[in-house]
Structures are given as C-alpha cells and as structure tokens.
Design a protein around this ligand. Structure first.
Ligand SMILES: *Cc1c(COP(=O)(O)O)cnc(C)c1O
Length: 425
C-alpha cells in the first residue's frame, strides 16, 4: 500500500487526498515557476562560466586570506548574476541583519538621514537604526531616520514620499519582502519605479534594497533597476540551502568599497577575509539557488491554496503573483500558531520530535514562535515557519529545499490543525 508511508510520517488519507485535489488546480502556476527557475539557472550558469570557475576556487584559505581566488571569483559571480559593478560575499557576514547593518553604517555619516519609503523595516533593523534604543545604533552615531508608510492597500505613497524628502536624506532603504507584516511584497517592477522616483527627486540618493527572500523569485532583481545596493542572507535563497553562514551585498563599486572597509577595516577592505573552506558550499548553493527557490515558492502557493480552503486569510492569495518565498497565514490565535508550527516541526528531517513554543528572541519585541528542523541552524530557505505572537496571529511559512518536502510540511500543518480541532474537513 502506497499510502502507508504517509501514515508513517503522520499524514492521514483524508489530508493527503485534500492535498491532491488542491494540487490539481495549481499545475499552470507551477509550470510558470519552473520556467523562471530555468531562466535564473541560465543566469547563474553564465556568470560561473564567464568567470571561469574551476577547482582552484574550492580550496580553503586561512589567516588573512590574501589573494583568495575562490572568494574573489565568487564575488565576481554574484556581481555578474545581479548585474552590479561589485559584490561582497562573505562568511564573515554573519546573517542578513549584519549585511544590512554593514551596508547602512558604511554609507551613512553623522548628520545624514536614513529614509524608508515603504514603512517600518524588518524587526531586527529597529535596533540597527535606533528606532528601538540600542548601543551602537545608527542613532547613536547621529544618523536620523524617517519613514513614509505604505498606503492602506499596500501600495507606495508617492505623494507622501515627495513631501517627506529633506536635504539630509542620504540613503533610502527599501524592503522587498513583507517581513513580519501582512503587507504585500513589492515586485521588482514596483521597486524599480520607486527608485526612479526617488532619484528624480534627489539624483544622488543611495538606494539600498533589503532583498531577503526575494532572490530568484523573478527573472530580474532590483539591481537591474538602478538599486545602488542589494543585500541579503546566504541562509536564505541565494545560499541554496548549502551555505552554512554568510551574507552578500551587491552594488556599485563605490558602495561596495565602503562596505568592505566597514566590514573589515579602512584600508583593508576586500583584500582580507579567509574563506575557511566554505567555498564548495557557497558555489554549489548558489548554483542550486534558482531551483531551491522555485521549490519554496511552490510550497508557499500550495500552503496558500490549502489554507484558503479552510477560510483563513492568506497573504498573498494562491492566485497572486509572487515576489518572495514567504506565505503569511493569519491564524487568529496563539493556539493555532502553535498547532501550525508543530506540524512543520514534525515534518522536519532534524529535531522532528521537539515541540516549538513561543520565546523571547533577540532582536524582536514580542514573543516569537519558530518551527525549524534545519540542517543549518535557523536557515529559513529550509522548511520553516515562524511569527510574532501578536494580532493577527499570522504565521510566516517559508522554504523547503525540495518541493516534495515543502508539500509534506503543509500537509502536516493541516493535520495538526485538524487534530487540535481548530479546523474541520
Ligand atoms: C530575514 C530577514 C532579515 C534579517 O536577516 P537575518 O539573517 O535573520 O538577520 C532582514 N530583512 C528581511 C526582510 C528578512 O526577511
């Protein structure tokens, strides 16, 4: 009996069958995602071929890491994929927040203002900026902050931005993904339009895009539309699940030079930073990233369709275009968040036996629940779900190194919701 294996991992026949019914409606969407993956695969492949990636790129270096061919070539591969002049791609960048903090603090000076034209940025940036007080924040260095919220429908408030412009604004931070908010994710086209508008108001403004979770979900990136920097984490999309640590900043030579000076030290810049033997994973992960991103995107759409079926508000809906891999499901209660996350946890290859519970996580201002049984700790390109315990009690589902795994995760979450009698078939 074919289905025994599903029972073995905890998925009942009813839930499996429902999944098949939902899946039958998604075929055309999945075909389009595969085409995007193929396009992006070609883009990465072309960058690797152009830069003559070869076995010497995979050698480990230590110490200062002078003349590190693997590291320097990887940075060229990233720059060519994102169509930028330069890139900083390092295991010494510890996470996405770190990459963003480097990009901001390198390109803002005391007296400058940082501006967010798309509302409040991601939770962990609040302390980086000093919106929530923190030692070493930009605010402590005399860098002020202002923002223009998105309009109630999630669109960009161009008039508000025009009125908010002031001579001290030096850098605009644009977050592509929704983060822990239920606003729509911005498309690359929308970001491009925003950058064009900002530069028409202020030609020398530096536009930085927080590209976390967006990489390879479309055929273009914000750097194709004049972003001065695009920034992200290697334990999300571009690491392809294989990178064990790291962050990237791709952008203009001028911005990247400053980022490198900030990351290491003035005068040293990109010349130092040993690769510590991580190059095989960083290259191979980047090579796999387009298809891994596609798997995660399919999982997100499947989750949207399943939870729509039970009447929950999902952002985006199962039929909307996708610009990141995140699926928000508004579950309406802490109990339902715990059940959903228990299902994701139970579907993991690692730590499947543990029960996720809400906790105070560094950098976040409310309790957070997190389900993750990942090979790389906290990796959210791997199947995971998390969310802050606050209304509307939305859980953010993302990842899945393979579509099959992502699908099983969604089925398990539905199973746990059913078992807890929070939904019925
Ligand atoms: C994940 C994320 C970050 C921060 O990345 P970490 O690696 O968790 O520090 C920043 N912005 C957005 C939109 C993110 O999704």
């Amino acid at each position: 009996m074919n289905h025994n294996v599903y029972a073995e991992i905890g998925v009942s026949d009813e839930v499996y069958q429902l999944g098949e019914e939902i899946l039958a409606t998604l075929k055309d969407r999945f075909d389009a995602i595969d085409q995007t993956a193929e396009f992006n695969q070609a883009k990465v492949l072309a960058a690797m071929q152009k830069n003559r990636v070869n076995a010497s790129c995979f050698a480990a270096t230590s110490g200062y890491g002078y003349n590190d061919v693997g590291r320097d070539t990887l940075e060229r591969v990233y720059a060519d994929t994102f169509h930028t002049e330069a890139a900083l791609v390092r295991p010494q960048i510890t996470c996405g927040t770190h990459a963003l903090a480097v990009a901001l603090s390198a390109n803002l000076l005391p007296g400058d203002e940082l501006f967010s034209p798309v509302g409040r940025p991601y939770d962990t940036l609040e302390e980086v900026i000093g919106i929530r007080e923190s030692a070493c924040s930009l605010a402590e260095f005399g860098i002020t902050y202002s923002e223009t919220p998105l309009l109630p429908d999630g669109s960009i408030d161009f008039e508000g931005i025009r009125n908010a412009m002031n001579p001290r604004i030096k850098l605009a931070t644009i977050q592509r993904s929704k983060g822990y908010a239920t606003r729509p994710t911005l498309s690359v086209a929308q970001i491009g339009e925003l950058i064009r508008f900002l530069k028409s108001l202020k030609p020398d403004i530096v536009c930085m895009v927080d590209n976390c979770y967006g990489e390879f979900t479309e055929r273009v990136e914000p750097s194709d539309f004049d972003a001065d920097m695009v920034v992200g984490s290697l334990i999300k999309n571009p690491g392809g699940g294989l990178a064990p640590i790291g962050g990237y900043i791709c952008g203009t030579q001028r911005c990247i030079d400053r980022c490198a000076y900030r990351l290491s030290a003035p005068g040293l810049g990109q010349e130092v930073g040993a690769n510590l033997g991580l190059m095989p994973q960083l290259y191979q992960g980047f090579f796999l990233a387009p298809t891994v991103t596609a798997s995660a995107t399919k999982g997100a759409i499947f989750a949207a369709a399943m939870y729509e079926r039970f009447g929950f508000r999902v952002v985006p809906s199962s039929s909307e275009d996708r610009h990141d891999i995140i699926q928000a499901v508004e579950l309406g209660s802490e109990e339902a968040m715990v059940a959903f996350c228990s299902g994701i946890q139970a579907a993991a290859p690692v730590d499947a036996y543990v029960t996720p519970i809400p906790w105070e996580m560094p950098g976040y201002d409310s309790q957070v629940i997190m389900a993750a049984g990942a090979f790389v700790q906290g990796s959210s390109i791997e199947l995971s779900a998390d969310g802050p315990i606050r209304p509307p009690y939305a859980v953010y589902f993302q990842g899945g190194l393979t579509w099959c795994h992502s699908k099983l995760g969604v089925l398990m979450s539905v199973q746990k919701m059913l078992d807890a009698k929070l939904i019925s078939l």
